[in-house]
Design a protein around this ligand. Structure first.
Ligand SMILES: Cc1cc2nc3c(=O)[nH]c(=O)nc-3n(C[C@H](O)[C@H](O)[C@H](O)COP(=O)(O)OP(=O)(O)OC[C@H]3O[C@@H](n4cnc5c(N)ncnc54)[C@H](O)[C@@H]3O)c2cc1C
Length: 301
């Protein structure tokens, strides 16, 4: 029974080790799947044992509960990349930033914006990650997804992409592979370097964060609204609103999920008071019992 011996989940693994926020208590069980077979086995096992699961990419858009997660966290470490002509196929576990840099350096355009986004390909598809006016859905062709015990291929139109949205957020499924169609452009590498330099200049990469906490309201910038509400530099416990980019809430070293949630609630309140706009969260907050919630209240966890 080869697969049985390969499915050995870790117990009480600190999720703070697997998130860019460096926040989160222990996962009751934690498993890194190195093949689709291992992934299928882990999901099937959890179903049989009635253990709830959470699929984790590189943990760059999640805020786990300080108590951790009462179930099995599965990380699909599927790391293959193949490039044939203009078609790029990447496993869900591939670094999205690496893919953006690699393709741009090969003179392929479409994913330059990905450089510096610290997520996985799976997480980027799930979130329809974007920057510099581009997003995943711009060049995505199709996605392989595990659903109902088997793998299916979905076309871009099936995923109903919108701003930071894909239908996977409502319909579930484990993304195992994504295919992109790029274009040839000798200036792709220069553009990618320019985008990365801009990111480093304008965003705080020196402290743990989840990137932008709030979605931009239509036609507006959340960062500008937060700054105008006087929230730059405001903090709760170890969490603080970045002085460099007001839509980033940083972990100064001791922040708990509770600190971040309280600060999120405070920022929302002050922005609403000042502008009448209620900000919506981009970060996914995962409670101990596995609920994915928008942290509109700091009483959630
Ligand atoms: C410094 C910094 C800068 C950032 N800049 C940007 C930016 O410019 N633009 C942007 O859009 N985002 C940005 N982000 C946010 C984040 O990097 C993206 O949302 C990224 O796409 C998340 O990928 P991940 O692998 O880390 O996903 P995770 O955080 O691990 O997971 C996010 C969600 O995706 C789901 N998921 C992950 N993998 C899979 C899979 N294989 N199958 C099904 N579901 C899956 C998870 O269950 C979870 O609900 C930034 C974050 C940081 C820390």
């Amino acid at each position: 029974m080869r697969l049985l011996t390969m499915f050995v989940p870790k117990k009480n693994e600190p999720l703070s080790l697997h998130t860019t926020y460096r926040i989160g208590g222990p996962a009751r069980l934690f498993f890194e799947a190195r093949s689709e077979e291992e992934l299928l086995y882990a999901v099937d096992w959890a179903g049989r044992e009635k253990v709830q699961t959470f699929i984790l990419g590189k943990g760059s858009n999640v805020l786990f509960d300080d108590r951790g997660f009462d179930g099995l966290v599965i990380v699909p470490l599927l790391g293959s990349v193949s490039i044939e002509g203009l078609i790029v196929e990447a496993g869900a576990g591939v670094s999205f930033s690496y893919l953006g840099i690699k393709t741009a350096r090969l003179g392929l355009s479409g994913l330059e914006f990905a450089s510096g986004i610290p997520g996985s390909v799976g997480g980027a598809v799930f979130m329809n990650a974007g920057a510099m006016g581009a997003e995943v859905s711009g060049s995505l062709v199709s996605v392989d997804v595990i659903r109902g015990g088997g793998t299916i291929t979905l076309l871009k139109s099936d995923a109903r992409f919108a701003y930071r949205y894909s239908s996977f957020q409502d319909e579930g499924g484990i993304i195992t592979k994504a295919r992109f169609q790029l274009t040839r452009d000798p200036e792709a590498a220069d553009r990618q370097k320019k985008y990365l330099a801009y990111r480093m200049r304008t965003q705080p990469y020196d402290k743990p964060s989840c990137g932008s906490v709030f979605r931009n309201p239509s036609g507006l910038f959340a960062a500008k609204l937060i700054e105008t509400a006087g929230m730059k530099g405001r903090g709760v416990g170890g969490a603080v609103v970045s002085e460099k980019h007001a839509n980033f809430i940083l972990n100064t070293g001791t922040a708990t999920a509770g600190d971040v949630l309280s600060l999120i609630a405070l920022v929302r309140e002050k922005v609403q008071e000042q502008s009448g706009i209620l900000l919506d969260c981009e970060v996914q907050c995962i409670s101990y019992d596995g609920q994915i919630r928008s942290p509109y209240s700091h009483h959630l966890f």
